[in-house]
Design a protein around this ligand. Structure first.
Ligand SMILES: *Cc1c(COP(=O)(O)O)cnc(C)c1O
Length: 239
């Protein structure tokens, strides 16, 4: 198993490197966030042995379930899924980073719990870059006021933006979502918000994201294999 995982990791990293080269970028500019949702602690432990130490999870309950058995691994858990405000306490205690910050109430709740834990975490603001009806993520028109507001929370270290592309087979449309996120980042920079990180791209579309400036791609299937649950379990709005 560990052997297979190593081969998959090497192949994935080579594909990411190739996408960087094709885009005229250095492979050092793009990191891979392994997404371990649905996979058991044993497999994550194998990944730790490959030198990986950050893992993306989509549900708070899974971080809770896995943090204990893997406590000796020194893992940084990254919350990438929709986060209910009433679960902010668990995340403030267990997560190293939240990439799905998309509303004021959540920022308030995270800040309150992080103060209690005496912790500061990195956050990315999740922005909605498509017109799909019920997709989570901040309305792009709200980004600048939201960034201004976040400056008031010293426990939230705002490092960049995150998005999920529209669910379609059309590469040009997908790429348009990624381009939009980069442009929002560039606009924010002209308003004094330095957002170096762009988390965008998954197993099926990471090359497009890299071409549009991703600094981090979130990869589940291409590393760990097919998941036992359909994506609708994680993204009910896509069902
Ligand atoms: C599951 C998930 C991913 C990874 O998806 P793959 O297609 O398996 O690579 C990336 N981002 C988020 C938010 C996810 O929930």
């Amino acid at each position: 198993m560990a052997e297979t995982l190593r081969q998959r990791w090497d192949l994935l990293r080579a594909r990411v490197d190739d996408a960087c080269t094709a885009a005229g970028r250095s492979p050092h500019e793009v990191s891979v966030l392994p997404v371990s949702k649905t996979f058991a602690p044993e497999l994550i432990r194998d990944a730790v042995e490959l030198g990986l130490h950050r893992f993306g999870e989509n549900k708070v309950q899974e971080i809770k379930d896995k943090a204990g058995p893997l406590a000796d691994c020194g893992i940084d858990w990254v919350m990438i899924g929709h986060l209910q405000t009433n679960k902010a306490g668990v995340v403030a205690r267990l997560a190293a980073e939240v990439q799905s910050l998309d509303r004021s109430r959540l920022a308030v709740a995270l800040d309150r719990h992080l103060r209690a834990e005496n912790r500061v975490i990195d956050v990315l603001v999740q922005v909605k870059t498509s017109d799909e009806p019920s997709k989570y993520g901040l309305d792009p028109a709200q980004l600048l006021p939201f960034l201004d507001e976040l400056a008031a929370y010293p426990t939230l270290n705002v490092r960049g933006l995150m998005t999920l592309a529209i669910n379609t087979d059309d590469p040009a449309t997908i790429r348009g979502c990624f381009r939009r996120l980069r442009q929002l980042r560039d606009t924010a920079a002209t308003h004094g918000h330095d957002l170096p990180r762009l988390s965008m791209g998954m197993s099926g579309d990471f090359a497009l994201a890299i071409a549009e400036g991703a600094t981090e791609v979130r990869i589940g299937t291409a590393l760990f294999g097919a998941r036992p649950y359909p994506d609708s379990y994680y993204w009910p709005e896509r069902g």
